[in-house]
Design a protein around this ligand. Sequence first.
Ligand SMILES: [Zn+2]
Length: 587
Amino acid sequence: MKYFSSSILLLCSFFCLAQPNFNPINKAEFAPNEPQYLSINGDKKFESIQDLTVHLESKYLDQTIGDQTLQYVYTKNSPIGTHYTFEHRFKNKPIYQSSIQASFNKKGQLILVANNLVTFNDFTNQNSATEKGKFWIKNTNGLTLGFKILEWDSISKNYTSHYYDLNNRLILTHNPRLYFHAPDSVISAMVYLPNPIVATNQIYGGPYADNGDKNNTELTNARSKVSFSLKYTNGKLILADSLIQIKDLNTPKIEVIQPADSFLNFTRDQSGFEDVNVFYHLSTYSNYLRKIGFSNLLDSLLVDPHGANGDDNSFIETEKYPYEIEYGTGNVDDGEDGQVVVHEFSHAMSVIAAPKTTAGKDRLAMEEGQADYVTMTYSRSLSPNKTNQVFSWDGHNEFWSGFKTNAPLLYKNRKGFEDIDREIWSTALMCIHDKLRNTKSDSLIFSSYFLQSSNSSMPQMARIILKIDSLLFSGKDVGKIWQCFTNQGILDTVPDNIGLTFANLDQIKILNTYEFSQGIGMAIISISNPNFWTDFEIFNSVGQKLITQNVSAEIGLNPDDFKPGVYFIKLKSKQGQLNAVYKLVRY
Ligand SMILES: [Zn+2]
């Protein structure tokens, strides 16, 4: 924490000098926008990214303000399909934290738009002679040009970004690190699965205490023998696989061990133990991700098992590439606790899936909560002990108390602190894991990593996970999943017949709409479960009902029967719990 207090002092002294008559009305505070997740029904496809750009620009940019464009930045693939992200630009400069993402299913149909574009009526564009204005940033005074200063702290070896407007007013300070407190050869090694407390089902204390990193019989016997592959380069074995490499990045300066033997038999008082333990858990979890179809969540990673300046803290550095993870050595070495090891890895997965989106109170609480979910599902895969104690070796001890994944907390009582609110989210996710078992909950939750936006909220991400269930698994477990979110007050009461409802919504397809709009072909309404619905109705744009007919599996609409205009197709479910409405255009 040394670093933060020194930087605050530094800024304060800067402001006190620069603005002696500081007027709070003129304060410029960052004004983040809330993303909207928009489900898209129908079968819209695009020939190219250019076509998609044109579509998104015309539909989602405020046409009354000129000079706005969307610029394609990257594509991510997930089990849902393909996700395209665009940066929002105004007068040829990017707008900070303003973007839009379009998601397509495997058939190439647009299914979801995450609209995280800032809206603005007002902007200040001083014709400053400086070259400072690199981007726009939305704040309490509207949209202004801003610039960024990186501040390097040589003690913590960490950058912090400070965002200013052109009047040198600080708008936002952002620390990009995600903290939590605190041809290969097969070899074997002794590791903790995942830590001595879980492995032995003991309580921290007595012989099961850190005791200054000393070794004893109990802690030696708590190790297990495992086998894994290591990279072989230049005639040497190194602690690395195709993506992960163990490396000394930061103080304490401790050389990574060089495996000289095919059995790495270290004890916890030796630095080689953490080197091997960290590598083993990261490599094992990476292989698990590959197995369940999430190799897209993997990327190059440098890892220091003795880093973080010796603090009782670990973090991932996301501003560097390859990404870097450092595990702290304060109190219990974080690298000794396999739970801490995979927790940090979840942050890497999240950053790889949705770069530059870790902003906002709910979003950061979910970031930690989902990492705790990864921690505990991994721990449970190794042992049935201590099923809800996050960091049971590194935490839940005399140094700090760790976290839980079975907290009776409600969303409406959230505190706005990620280290408290994380338990609301992790508890809901563990509930989903308990109800669905196997790898299905991982598929749902890891797919949701790709749809994260800055400032997304827990209710939004809960609905996204429900949506993913309907996309990937026909919504079979929507009721169970919904209940887990209801338990934490993230979503309201589960509606009746909800599983059926979601599944049925996905089973309605409106096909051939383009041909219909041009008058050259029939629009086809395909309904997989017609018995679920009562009447099929069509209204015009002023609400007059034009057609009522019985629902059948396929209904054709002849364009010759429709004058140019906008029409609405409406289906009502028999039990009245759902209306499905679709728009149809005839040019
Ligand atoms: Zn964390």
